[in-house]
Design a protein. Structure first.
Ligand SMILES: Nc1ncnc2c1ncn2[C@@H]1O[C@H](COP(=O)(O)OP(=O)(O)OP(=O)(O)O)[C@@H](O)[C@H]1O
Length: 229
C-alpha cells in the first residue's frame, strides 16, 4: 500500500464577507507520495481556497490536515511557518518574487529563513536549482528584469530550494502565453517524473490530463472518490 503524504479530513471553510458563505463542504482527500494531482473546476468553486488550506497558509477552517505524518491543524503559527518552509514549496500564478533582488537571492531566501548559516552551500544549492530550470545564466539578474516565464521558473527554483515533500502550485501557467505555459507545465511534469509530490490548481484541461489524477470540484465539493483504494 502506498504512503499518504497528505491527508485532509472533512475540511469546511466559511467566509463572512459580505455575508456568511460556506465555500468548502467537508472536503476529504488523500495524496500519495510521488503523486502528481490536479484540481479543476469552474471559477469560484473553491480550488484556491482548498489549496491555501492544504498549504497551511490559511488556518481558519474545520476539519484536519496531516502532512508528512504531522497533524498541522492547530499548530501555533511560529511552528507552522517553519513546517511550511521546510516541507512545502509554493508556486503561485503571480510569483511574488522580490523584484529588487537577483534571481539567485530570491531562490536562496527560503533556505536562509530556516536559519542555515552555510551561505556558500546554500548558494551552490540555489544555483543547482536554477540550472535545473535552465535559469542559471540569469542568476545574477534582478528578478524584476526577467520575463514572466523566466520569473515563474525562478519561482519554481525557489519552491524547490528546501527540497520540499510537496510542491503546490496555484494556476502556475495562468498568467503566461502558450509557449511559456508549455515550458512550465513540462518542468512540473519532469519534476513529477523525478518522484516529487505535486498538487496543481489549473483551468488548463490539457495540462491536467498529464497529471496522475484529476480532482474535480463543484461548488466546494469534490466529485471523485478522492481517497485511493
Ligand atoms: N477572502 C475572501 N472573502 C470572501 N469571499 C472569498 C474570499 N476569497 C475567496 N472568496 C470567495 O470564495 C469562493 C471561492 O474562491 P476561490 O478563489 O477558492 O475559487 P477558485 O475555484 O480558485 O476560483 P478561480 O478559478 O476563479 O481562481 C468565491 O466565491 C470567492 O469569491
Amino acid at each position: 500500500m502506498q504512503e499518504a503524504i497528505l491527508k485532509a479530513e472533512k475540511l469546511s471553510k466559511y467566509f463572512y464577507e459580505p455575508s456568511r458563505f460556506q465555500v468548502l463542504h467537508e472536503v476529504s482527500l488523500s495524496i500519495q507520495k510521488g503523486e502528481f494531482v490536479s484540481i479543476m473546476g469552474k471559477s469560484g468553486c473553491g480550488k484556491s481556497t482548498l489549496l491555501y488550506l492544504l498549504s497551511t497558509l490559511d488556518t481558519d477552517y474545520e476539519g484536519t490536515i496531516d502532512i508528512h505524518g504531522v497533524k498541522v491543524t492547530g499548530l501555533p503559527e511560529k511552528n507552522l511557518a517553519r513546517f511550511r518552509n521546510e516541507h512545502i514549496g509554493f508556486v503561485f500564478q503571480f510569483h511574488f518574487l522580490l523584484p529588487e533582488f537577483t534571481a539567485l537571492q530570491n531562490v536562496m531566501l527560503p533556505a536562509l529563513k530556516l536559519g542555515r548559516l552555510d551561505t556558500p552551500a546554500i548558494e551552490a544549492h540555489a544555483m543547482e536549482k536554477l540550472r535545473q530550470m535552465e535559469m542559471h545564466e540569469h542568476a545574477h539578474k534582478l528578478s524584476g528584469k526577467l520575463s514572466g516565464g523566466q520569473q515563474q521558473r525562478v519561482a519554481i527554483a525557489r519552491a524547490l530550494i528546501n527540497d520540499p515533500d510537496i510542491i503546490m502550485a496555484d494556476e502556475p501557467t495562468g498568467n503566461l502565453d502558450s509557449t511559456n505555459a508549455a515550458i512550465i507545465s513540462n518542468i512540473l511534469q519532469e519534476l513529477a517524473r523525478q518522484d516529487n509530490t505535486i498538487i496543481i490548481v489549473t483551468h488548463d484541461r490539457d495540462f491536467a490530463n498529464r497529471t496522475d489524477r484529476i480532482i474535480e470540484m463543484v461548488d466546494g465539493r469534490l466529485q471523485e472518490p478522492a481517497v485511493h483504494p
